[in-house]
Design a protein around this ligand. Structure first.
Ligand SMILES: N[C@@H](CCC(=O)N[C@@H](CS)C(=O)NCC(=O)O)C(=O)O
Length: 228
């Protein structure tokens, strides 16, 4: 059984989708990051990085944090949602998986931070992260121009990683941002229509997560401001 440490946000969404697609038995373990639960000492033993998602696999005793590592772990465990088993395709899968984990996620996160949450509107920071988030989505979109899924004809963990960050695209890049990325939007719509994606989206209703980004939530989420 998988204990799934979850908050309704983009990186945990990737894992919610995998768990729902695979049919693995899992228990939802809510971590309300707007209440600071990511810093609970018990949770820090599972994820020292104080972020969601994380999993504990009670079958094997493995603890895994970071959504990319979790996707790879679960795909290896089940043998599901992996592309054709050869070195060339595996290399392609790893390259795009890392691009989502190290490019799309962090730049989108910083774009949201400086546009929506930073106490000062810093044009330089807004411009940089908007540019980089947009540039990364442009890479995904171009890659999908002549293939159905990120690894060709097979729906894999790379598509799940892309899907996790696709939902917030209008919030990150603006209301009409999808017009710039029609191929990525096609993939997003196709995955969102899958029953597993719908169930993954409904997980947020299984716990009363705090939704307000008030002063207290900002202190937990942006601890660099604590002293000021
Ligand atoms: N590289 C990590 C990033 C995890 C991450 O930033 N998670 C966000 C939700 S998408 C979080 O827990 N934020 C709470 C916080 O920053 O305190 C991953 O891919 O899992």
């Amino acid at each position: 059984m998988i204990k799934f440490y979850y908050h309704p946000s983009p990186n945990p969404a990737k894992i919610a989708l995998f768990l729902e697609e695979s049919g693995l038995d899992y228990e939802l373990m809510p971590v309300d990051t707007r209440k600071g639960e990511q810093f609970d000492p018990e949770y820090l033993k599972i994820n020292p990085n104080a972020k969601t998602p994380a999993i504990v696999d009670t079958d094997t005793g493995a603890t895994v944090f970071d959504s990319t590592a979790i996707l790879l772990y679960l795909a290896d465990k089940t043998g599901q949602f992996l592309p054709e088993d050869n070195a060339v395709v595996r290399a392609e899968m790893l390259s795009w998986l890392m691009l989502v984990g190290t490019g799309i996620g962090p730049y989108a996160g910083q774009a949201v931070h400086f546009k929506h949450f930073a106490p000062e509107k810093l044009d330089y920071a807004i411009n940089r992260y908007d540019f980089e988030a947009r540039r990364h989505w442009g890479l995904i979109d171009a890659h999908l121009a002549d293939r159905k899924y990120m690894c060709g004809d097979t729906y894999t963990i790379v598509d799940m990683a892309v899907w996790g960050w696709a939902g917030p695209v209008p919030f990150v890049l603006g209301e009409n941002a999808w017009d710039e990325f029609p191929n990525a939007k096609r993939l997003f719509d196709e995955i969102s229509a899958r029953p597993a994606a719908q169930r993954a989206g409904e997980l947020k209703q299984k716990h009363a997560f705090k939704t307000e980004m008030d002063e207290d939530a900002r202190r937990h989420m942006f601890p660099q401001n604590k002293a000021s």
